[in-house]
Ligand binder design. Structure first.
Ligand SMILES: [Zn+2]
Length: 254
């Protein structure tokens, strides 16, 4: 049974921390739910952690994976059964860090594409403390790294809004080059896309991750390293400074 991804309803839904759900599958230490706020590893973004409170007490969620059915790893001794009601809570600090890091990735990818001859984003790993993006083709100098951070931080200071919508492939391609959005790499079978937009079409990208609503929540990026990954691919690693706006979570999503 497919799990409803509550964090995908809207950008705003990424701000909720608590939810109720029913257990739909149990396998070893992994529990499937009918609905969840826990983001599973995917799209380069790391999973949420937190807890599930069931009839026999509280369990720590250590790892979340899966497509379709999202599986929450809670250890072997959980005693949960199919049909049990649980209350889930995600770790807000980690979630908000992922939202900030992920939105920063969209900005950095857009800045690099525009500034350096359409260099493409060919991979990314979003973590709560530091994140990485791989670009190709590119040969980064110190000056270029400074330019990337400077232009990204200007966008953050402008505090643009981040919104989401559902669009067709044709609509997305009419607004942004497919090399910038990586639309040409998406399977042709996907026709309706969840699209994340920054400002008034500053950036637009099909994405199923979690993002902030306003760029000032990101805090400035600091590029802390670059590394060659061969064949014209280079990786940059960045961290975030403390943001101007730190929102409170919204508690329970219904
Ligand atoms: Zn995204």
């Amino acid at each position: 049974m497919a799990t409803e991804q509550l964090y995908l309803r809207s950008i705003e839904s990424g701000y909720y921390t608590d939810f109720h759900a029913t257990v739909t599958s149990v396998e070893d230490g992994k529990v499937g739910l009918n609905r969840t706020l826990f983001y599973p590893l995917g799209g380069g973004q790391n999973w949420d952690t937190g807890s599930l409170v069931g009839p026999n007490g509280s369990l720590t969620v250590n790892e979340v994976r899966g497509r379709g059915t999202i599986l929450h790893s809670v250890g072997e001794n959980h005693q949960l059964e199919i049909g049990d009601e649980v209350k889930g809570s995600i770790d807000w600090e980690r979630r908000h860090a992922h939202m900030r890091m992920h939105t920063a990735q969209h900005l950095v990818s857009g800045v690099v594409y525009e500034a350096f001859n359409g260099a493409r984003t060919v991979g990314n790993q979003i973590h709560d403390d530091r994140s990485r993006i791989d670009f190709n083709p590119i040969s980064l100098t110190e000056e270029m790294l400074e330019q990337i951070a400077f232009e990204t931080n200007l966008l953050i200071d402008a505090d643009h809004k981040v919104t989401d919508s559902t669009m067709t492939r044709t609509e997305v391609n009419a607004e942004m080059p497919p090399e910038r959005t990586n639309m040409d790499l998406l399977p042709a079978s996907i026709s309706q896309l969840r699209v994340v937009k920054i400002g008034d079409n500053l950036d637009l990208c099909p994405c199923a991750g979690t993002h902030v609503q306003r760029l000032a929540e990101i805090g400035h990026i600091q590029i802390i390293g670059k590394k060659s990954k061969g064949k014209g691919t280079q990786r940059i690693t960045y961290e975030l400074e403390i943001p101007q706006i730190i929102p409170n979570p919204k508690k329970e999503i219904l």
